[in-house]
Design a binder for this molecule. Structure first.
Ligand code: SF4
Length: 325
């Protein structure tokens, strides 16, 4: 069966159980009627002060009759997911809770992963067989990331797209791997783009669909997509528990900052764009990020505007101009 996911989960378990994971966020952002989906959630009763991601993934889950169950990440992701789960339950969706422990403690996370294995009716051996398969693909996606920051041959959006898609491997790892291979071959023939200003992108993936094109248009290049890279599990740990322990997104902001600091050096980043979503608690973390990182940082906010508007365009232009001087 198709199983929707509200955020990155140990996707190995879903595949090991013979199901197809569907990242509801990716479906939403690639859909052509985002506006309609947001409106439909508002008409259903979602308050105006609710994050657009939540409203959008609710509409996707409700519309897609082929998605029979949803794994809801109720710990370590979003404070709104518990309420979202209750609403989806009213809509007769089967809900499977998954929770990242508050602190990334090995034993606590192991219990959560084992609960998911039991819930979906699979076993540890099958999970590790799938993990091996997915890690092979993740290594290729890591190659795309390297082609971005080492060889300057991959655009900001492409870097985002391949890594963010590792949350569910687009529901078909074999086809996904085939597309990755094809992309890598094509990229190798490209000339490096050396005149762009090297930037890092922090925070949740953007709701604003064309933000990467806009950044490139005004002379910037994102050579580090922080959370998307985490979705691609860059640590390559043999133990699945350790792998999801090293995944920084669900835990403390300080784990994320350590990772960001390391990548700023590795990728020779000159400025950071911190994207936050209106009504999201993560916007508060901008205070810590700015205090801890010694680099110019622009915080931008997306609400229900899924295309770059004039305010955002001006902010991006002013920031990149300032960095260039
Ligand atoms: S952007 Fe923030 S509020 Fe919105 S779904 Fe993500 S974590 Fe939740």
């Amino acid at each position: 069966m198709k199983i929707g996911i509200t955020s990155t989960v140990p996707v190995e378990v879903v595949y090991a159980a013979g199901h197809i994971p569907v990242d509801l966020n990716n479906i939403l952002i690639q859909s052509e009627d985002i506006e309609k989906k947001l409106l439909s959630a508002s008409m259903y009763g979602f308050p105006e002060t609710c994050c657009s991601w939540i409203k959008g993934i609710f509409s996707v889950a409700r519309e897609r009759a082929d998605i029979e169950a949803i794994i809801a990440v109720v710990g370590g992701d979003c404070s709104n997911t518990n309420a979202l789960m209750e609403v989806l339950q009213v809509e007769n969706k089967k809900l499977i809770p998954f929770s990242y422990p508050h602190e990334s403690l090995y034993e606590d996370l192991k219990i959560e992963i084992e609960k998911l294995i039991k819930n979906l009716g699979t076993n540890r051996d099958e999970v590790y067989r799938i993990k091996k398969r997915l890690d092979k693909i993740r290594k290729k996606v890591q190659q795309i990331d390297k082609l971005t920051y080492e060889e300057n041959k991959v655009t900001s959006f492409e870097n985002h797209y391949w890594q963010v898609s590792c949350s569910d491997f687009l529901g078909n790892p074999d086809e996904f791997e085939f597309q990755v291979d094809k992309f890598i071959e094509e990229v190798k023939t490209r000339k490096p783009e050396l005149n762009k200003f090297r930037l890092g992108y922090l925070g949740v993936p953007p709701f604003v669909q064309n933000i990467y094109d806009e950044i490139e248009r005004i002379g910037g290049r994102i050579v580090f997509n922080e959370i998307q890279r985490q979705f691609a599990m860059p640590s390559f740990e043999e133990d699945i528990v350790v792998q999801y322990q090293k995944y920084t997104y669900p835990y403390s902001i300080f784990d994320r900052i350590e990772d960001i600091q390391e990548q700023i050096e590795v990728r020779n980043i000159k400025g950071l764009i911190h994207y936050t979503q209106t009504f999201c608690h993560r916007a508060i973390q901008d205070i810590v990020i700015k205090k801890q990182l010694n680099l110019p940082i622009l915080r931008i906010e997306g609400n229900d505007n899924y295309l770059v508007d004039s305010k955002l365009r001006t902010q991006l232009e002013a920031f990149i101009d300032m960095l260039k001087t």
